[in-house]
Design a protein around this ligand. Structure first.
Ligand code: ADE
Length: 230
């Protein structure tokens, strides 16, 4: 799967993505990430990409022309029309289901805004999906884009070393993940639950499901309600 990230801060994006599991996935050719600098497409002599907003108000706006030309230079290299995700607090709130859905694309273009936003006319023309990572406002779309690439990549076959990890994680079945333990058996006087040492896989599975349900009820009553309604 190929991610094309339109941004004014390509180093911020690439330095973060080129770490740990995603770096390994890139080296193995399972995913590819490119950060394309929107500033490279400005036609202005001073290299600027922002201007005042019509109607007044504080702050500057990213102009339509460099955003459009940057998008076109990416889209022209792709075999078919790609979905374009604009990271914005005005979008649908991102979740595991959206991540899984987006992971089915071969190419995905992510558009990061800055300043007070982007001229609406170019958004109208190129954006297919508006996505928010939560009800708070960040200084730009780069961190949200990185979060999307990470969550989506986990669904690309081979990215997680252990294929079953993605399907047993929190949220995958609408429940939070059960508690887990590693060595030693006793730490700070706390013992690993006996059942996990029993070797009885059916009992362990039943215990884990019960823990998942209880934890979800306690910590995320909203998810628990949906789980019960299923
Ligand atoms: N850009 C600024 N804030 C954002 C948010 N919460 N989600 C997505 N993009 C954003």
């Amino acid at each position: 799967m190929n991610f094309h990230i339109m941004t004014l801060f390509p180093d911020m994006v690439m330095n973060t993505l080129d770490t740990s599991i995603l770096a390994r996935a890139m080296n193995n050719g399972l995913i590819a990430c490119e950060a394309v600098n929107i500033r490279d497409y400005t036609l202005r002599k001073n290299n600027r990409v922002d201007d005042y907003t019509y109607g007044g108000g504080a702050g500057m706006l990213m102009q339509a022309q460099p955003v459009y030309d940057c998008w076109k230079s990416i889209q022209d290299r792709l075999p078919k029309k790609s979905r374009v995700v604009f990271l914005t607090p005005q979008g649908r709130v991102f979740n595991q289901k959206i991540a899984e859905d987006l992971s089915k694309e071969d190419d995905l273009i992510l558009l990061c805004g800055h300043y007070e936003g982007i001229d609406e006319r170019v958004l109208d023309e190129i954006v297919t999906d508006n996505i928010s990572i939560g009800d708070y406002v960040l200084t730009g779309g780069e961190l949200p884009a990185i979060i999307l690439v990470d969550a989506i990549s986990r669904f690309v076959p081979g990215v997680l070393g252990n294929e079953s990890s993605a399907s047993t994680d929190s949220f995958q079945d609408g429940l939070l993940e059960y508690p887990q333990y590693s060595r030693p058996e006793v730490w700070h006087d706390k013992r690993v639950p006996e059942i996990l040492m029993s070797g009885d896989h059916a009992k362990v599975d039943a215990w884990r499901l019960e823990q998942s349900i209880e934890r979800t009820r306690e910590r995320r009553p909203d998810l628990y309600k949906s789980f019960l309604a299923k």
